[in-house]
Design a protein around this ligand. Sequence first.
Ligand SMILES: CC(C)(COP(=O)(O)OP(=O)(O)OC[C@H]1O[C@@H](n2cnc3c(N)ncnc32)[C@H](O)[C@@H]1OP(=O)(O)O)[C@@H](O)C(=O)NCCC(=O)NCCS
Length: 148
Amino acid sequence: MKETDLPRVLEIQQELAFQDWNTAQFAAEIRANYALCVVYEPLAEQGTPQITGYAIFHLLGPDSELLSIAVRRNSQHKGIGKMLLDAGLSRLNPESKDRCFLEVREGNTSARKFYEKNGFKLYGDRKNYYSDGENACLYSIELESQIN
Ligand SMILES: CC(C)(COP(=O)(O)OP(=O)(O)OC[C@H]1O[C@@H](n2cnc3c(N)ncnc32)[C@H](O)[C@@H]1OP(=O)(O)O)[C@@H](O)C(=O)NCCC(=O)NCCS
């Protein structure tokens, strides 16, 4: 992800309405040396290719975090989410059993199904975590468990 990608990234965020980050927040992630910010951009058959998804991880040694992942609605269910997820998980070290954590709204069943299908395990929740009172579900994956 580059700063010039941010108008498109914000468009995707707005389309999916799952998060409310502004340009400065995304830009700070791009600049942070512990953050991995990736976009998915298909090869263009004609014209300019358009970014259709993005993900942001904090790579923090043994305990990393997935902060955000999104694929625009008409590009979902084609494996793009998994590709974006793998971009971060492939940076974790299975030898030292590195883990990746994330939190997701309890009612976001499609994202929860996506995470569970990709090996994340529910380990807890946070009551009234979001400003509208919704609970957060806490998931983690230990890289070794994905390989075995
Ligand atoms: C969660 C999210 C990123 C998943 O993205 P995605 O690109 O649809 O993910 P994938 O395509 O890898 O997997 C999703 C499904 O597509 C299926 N799939 C993958 N490749 C496929 C293909 N080539 N053909 C058909 N289906 C396919 C997967 O098996 C999976 O099936 P399931 O939903 O029945 O379990 C996406 O739904 C999203 O952007 N949601 C809104 C934002 C959000 O809530 N983000 C998470 C909170 S931070």
